[in-house]
Ligand binder design. Sequence first.
Ligand SMILES: [Zn+2]
Length: 99
Amino acid sequence: MKLNMEQLEEAERVMEHEFDDPDAIACELVALRGFVRDIMACWPDGDVDGGHLQDVAVHHGLLRPETRTEPCGDACACVEYGDFPATCYRRDYMTPNKN
Ligand SMILES: [Zn+2]
């Protein structure tokens, strides 16, 4: 596998921010590989709908459901659901752009 320039820049950002915690990088890699494996299981014949994508992401720890009694903020998707308490799915993977 050869990385393109955008991927190399992302790898550089990850290493800059997370290099001091290689165990965390390994855990994230395991979670991401499991997620990719499960999502790619439907390829080439199936589709991935949003609910399945969310379920698989929760299963692999990439999304963390939280019960919220009010919106997290104006930019959060839970604002659109409007009926609280609601489950808000928070990104739980390590990237410099987390949440
Ligand atoms: Zn929210």
